[in-house]
Ligand binder design. Structure first.
Ligand code: PBE
Length: 299
């Protein structure tokens, strides 16, 4: 009996300590400057991403460096988990956000307006192949050239993966559901035998989705497709040196713009595979007064 009382008391004590700890991370307060509340820190992703460079420009364009605003490098997984925890406690947070991405489906967040255009306007995602692919692998070239889908379709694959599906399985499921559309990409394309094809990509959720779908479709016309994840710079260089055949990860004109310019003439741009993508800073919707990047400075 005594033991029981002691353990009940210690349980009460422990929960009391827990409660007071979580209370030390305060909720968003619209009356206090937002920068002060989050230590003037924007939660970012991997250093090579175009959105990171664009955020650095935004810090300058909007005069945020005066308050020593800084961009924290991490990874997509770390950023989304920090975001999830902040939202659970209604704490303030500013993250690098992009669409299509499941973060906009799962969390109540909004893009901040960008009147100075640091992040560019709407982006498209392009398919990029190596020089000579048309001649060497006309079947693959044609399918890659025809590949296009919508933001909603890409999100479908991303959500499946986020809910625990293997990317390959998610891609297969999506193809089954959208067989008519996929048949248009492969219509009248001669099947091949024993032909290898290599695709490179950066392991962002959106690119994991698209690369796996395209790889499955190429596989269905007989290709032995390898997909290899790497950093953004090596991905562009792999296509430009003919070490890889194709990638479907070029966010243009702005986000991947530096690489597009650097490697120009050494790849073939097959045009858009997805329209209406977007990149910017995002905050939870309960940060009602923060609607523009400019508000980070004024509030
Ligand atoms: N992203 C996803 C990438 C492109 C695709 C927005 C994180 C970036 O370079 O920022």
């Amino acid at each position: 009996m005594k033991k029981k009382i002691i353990s009940v008391i210690s349980l009460i004590l422990a929960s009391f300590i827990l409660i007071s700890c979580s209370a030390s991370l305060p909720k968003y307060d619209s009356k206090k400057p937002v920068g002060k509340q989050i230590n003037y820190t924007i939660t970012g992703i991997d250093a090579g991403a175009g959105i990171m460079a664009a955020t650095q420009s935004a810090i300058k364009d909007y005069g945020l460096q005066k308050d020593n605003w800084q961009l924290q490098t991490s990874s997509t997984a770390a950023m989304t988990s920090t975001l999830q925890k902040a939202i659970k406690d209604k704490r303030p947070i500013v993250v690098t956000g992009w669409q299509p991405h499941w973060m906009f489906t799962k969390f109540p967040i909004k893009f901040l307006k960008d009147p100075k255009n640091s992040f560019g306007k709407a982006e498209s995602i392009h398919t990029i192949v190596r020089v000579g692919l048309k001649k060497d692998e006309p079947s693959a070239y044609q399918v890659l050239d025809r590949f296009h889908w919508t933001k909603e379709q890409m999100s479908d694959v991303m959500l499946q993966v986020n809910n625990g599906a293997e990317p390959k399985t998610a891609a297969k499921n999506w193809i089954k559901k959208n067989q008519k559309q996929v048949d248009e990409w492969t219509k009248d394309v001669p099947h091949v035998k024993n032909r290898k094809l290599k695709m490179t990509y950066v392991a962002w959720d959106s690119e994991i989705a698209s690369t796996n779908v395209v790889a499955e479709v190429l596989d269905s016309i007989g290709y032995d497709v390898t997909i290899q994840a790497m950093e953004i710079q090596p991905m562009w260089s792999s296509i430009s040196t003919n070490a890889a055949d194709a990638q479907v990860c070029a966010w243009l004109p702005k986000t991947s713009g530096v690489f597009y310019k650097d490697f120009k003439g050494k790849f073939v741009d097959l045009g858009e595979n997805l329209k209406g993508a977007k990149v910017g800073l995002a905050v939870p919707k309960y940060m009602k007064d923060i609607n523009s990047v400019e508000d980070l400075k004024n509030h």
